[in-house]
Design a protein around this ligand. Structure first.
Ligand SMILES: [Zn+2]
Length: 134
């Protein structure tokens, strides 16, 4: 590397100075003619950790608040579970203290069960009628 001011080979450390508004790499000798430039390390602030924190999530936060979602085939799941327990609509309705007609509607998929009804069905039939939204 050569001194950009006098052209001599720089031995050892070069100096980065400003001489008359120009930034130059100069030798020890010429360094005193200018103002030394402080080497400021480039700022590499890590904002990526914050910005991309949610990248692994497949859906935005708003879906998280919905929590569990009723299975699309909840009616079929209930019917099969009820039949495997050998229960009629009336018997199951009695166990969960709801009307058999309500149960039939739910099994047909005509009616989405309220949370309390759903929980009773899950408990009595030993099934899960919701799936976790991811
Ligand atoms: Zn020089």
């Amino acid at each position: 590397m050569q001194c950009e001011l006098c052209g001599k080979d720089i031995r050892g450390k070069s100096h980065r100075v400003i001489i008359e508004g120009t930034e130059l790499n100069v030798c020890d000798e010429c360094a005193r003619y200018g103002h030394e430039v402080k080497q400021i390390p480039k700022v590499t602030a890590k904002i990526s950790g914050i910005t991309f924190r949610t990248r692994s999530r497949r859906r935005p936060d708003i879906f998280d608040q919905m929590g569990d979602e009723l299975l699309p085939d909840y009616g079929g799941v209930i019917r099969r579970a009820r039949e495997s327990h050998g229960m009629s609509h009336e018997e199951l309705a009695l166990k969960i203290r709801e009307k058999a007609s309500l149960l039939k509607k739910i099994e047909r998929g005509d009616l989405r069960p309220e949370d309390d009804v759903r929980k009773k069905l899950e408990r009595v039939l030993g099934i899960t009628l919701t799936e976790k939204i991811e």
